[in-house]
Design a protein around this ligand. Structure first.
Ligand SMILES: Nc1ncnc2c1ncn2[C@@H]1O[C@H](COP(=O)(O)OP(=O)(O)OP(=O)(O)O)[C@@H](O)[C@H]1O
Ligand SMILES: Nc1ncnc2c1ncn2[C@@H]1O[C@H](COP(=O)(O)OP(=O)(O)OP(=O)(O)O)[C@@H](O)[C@H]1O
Ligand SMILES: [Mg+2]
Ligand SMILES: [Mg+2]
Lengths: 258, 258
């Protein structure tokens, strides 16, 4: 069975897209079949794989008019990674979907049937930096939520909101089975005391739920999108690439014991 | 007359909150009276001034039930800076306000009368990282939009969306007078070629609309919120503080010629 993971955090710029792109690429290199869904109207995951946003190709019309998802899947340059790209109109989906019956279940109702007919191991959904309709749709459709956290002060404040969200999904019945896949610490800068304090604080609160792998701040990571490639392909020896490979290994180990 | 400036960019983590806090503090030090409005449910601007989010104190109930804004203004530790704080419920405003008559004008209709009766020089509105109802309300109420841009690749992609927004505000009649206050380049890391490329590209496209002052990436800036203070007070000699003081000077020079 395909495991659907929503990569979400309402705090902006914490590494959601970077984690989706690089985790997808690393999992694919181990032979796993990956589908990435870009639910962010900014379409950074789409361009991070070297594709252009494509009018009509995003989930937008599938959410609004029940058009099949299968027509929207595009190959990427990476074997075993396919993507449903984003488009600008997706921003309009927030208002349009909000007015529909069962508006939280729209994405789940188009994704689940599609997955029955296709053999992906994992689906990674890149969410926009908000807890609006698109992110809520991703969390309702997902088996688990992966939360990237920047090693910065504001990151700590947002954490309680995000974890409360999982409880809300359970209590409201929107997705009683939603798990926490884990918390990934990103953009760690060893030269600052603040970064170490954030890591210690997050580990103290969340223990085992925090991945051991910490992704360092590394300029090769921020350069990679300008080449339309994940950093694990742009510069495989960089500290950022090594960290994402280690994260993928740790991620798979958690699933090996399933 | 008070000038209302919405600090907005749907790209997350680009320095919107940091720019609001430090520009407000620097303008206040020159004697200007500043009101900050925290329109982001994450309430980073609120905590960046050392305040706690306060249930019932945000614009939320003012937007929904026409309660006066005056009861929601709080002093900060900085002379000449007051703030309308945020609260968690503000996230619910997106859906509630969307269902109201004239939902884009809600914030304008409560802010403008309030400003008539109070003598602020500038209002700085901190927007969430999205182009949802809260940001659209801020842009409808504002005289101008200030756009922070991170010196990173994804920042370039988002720029065309944000500037298209001003045209949309004009063409739709929502705010025909909305100006571009300027574009501020933030988190510039001189050690990377990418940062220089982004600066050159943005200046090539937007010329004079880009502030000369570029804010460098500086750890003292990211430490400041953990002390509940703007960097210009936390460490006034840091490169981040010097840059925000220079930005405020440049900002005021633009208005001296008005
Ligand atoms: N480990 C890292 N080292 C250096 N730069 C990084 C790292 N991870 C991400 N970045 C850069 O930081 C910026 C923010 O990352 P990214 O866009 O992945 O975050 P996001 O959470 O998806 O943002 P948004 O909230 O806008 O969707 C990008 O410019 C990215 O290239
Ligand atoms: N010049 C700088 N140097 C170093 N760190 C910075 C700088 N400016 C901002 N930061 C840090 O980068 C992170 C993002 O900045 P900030 O929160 O101001 O961005 P934002 O655009 O308001 O984010 P959001 O989209 O979530 O509202 C914060 O942790 C902040 O402390
Ligand atoms: Mg993203
Ligand atoms: Mg902010």
């Amino acid at each position: 069975r395909t495991r659907v993971i929503a990569v979400a955090n309402q705090k902006g710029g914490v590494g959601k897209t970077t984690t989706v792109i690089n985790l997808a690429a690393c999992l694919a290199q181990t032979g796993k079949k990956i589908l990435v869904v870009d639910l962010d109207p900014q379409s950074n995951a789409t361009s991070g794989f070297g594709l252009d946003p494509e009018d009509g190709a995003s989930v937008y019309r599938a959410l609004i008019e029940d058009e099949p998802l299968a027509d929207r899947v595009r190959p990427t340059a990476i074997r075993n990674v396919e993507i449903v790209p984003s488009e600008l109109d997706l921003a309009g989906a927030e208002v349009d979907v909000a007015r529909m019956e069962g508006y939280l279940q729209r994405f789940r109702s188009i994704l689940r049937p599609f997955l029955e007919a296709n053999g992906y191991d994992f689906v990674l959904v890149d969410c926009p930096p908000s807890l609006g309709i698109l992110t809520m749709n991703a969390l309702t459709a997902a088996d688990a939520m992966l939360i990237p956290i920047q090693c910065e002060y504001y990151a700590l404040e947002g954490l309680s909101v995000v974890t409360r969200l999982i409880r809300q999904m359970h209590e409201s019945g929107a997705n009683p089975g939603l798990e926490l896949e884990g918390i990934v610490l990103t953009m760690y800068d060893a030269r600052t005391r603040l970064a170490t304090e954030v890591v210690e604080e997050v580990r103290r609160h969340f223990g085992e739920q925090v991945f051991q792998t910490v992704v360092p701040r590394n300029v090769r990571v921020s350069e990679a999108p300008s080449f339309g490639k994940p950093v694990v392909l742009h510069d495989r020896r960089s500290s950022g690439a090594r960290a994402y490979r280690a994260l993928a290994k740790e991620f798979l180990k958690r699933h090996a014991n399933r």
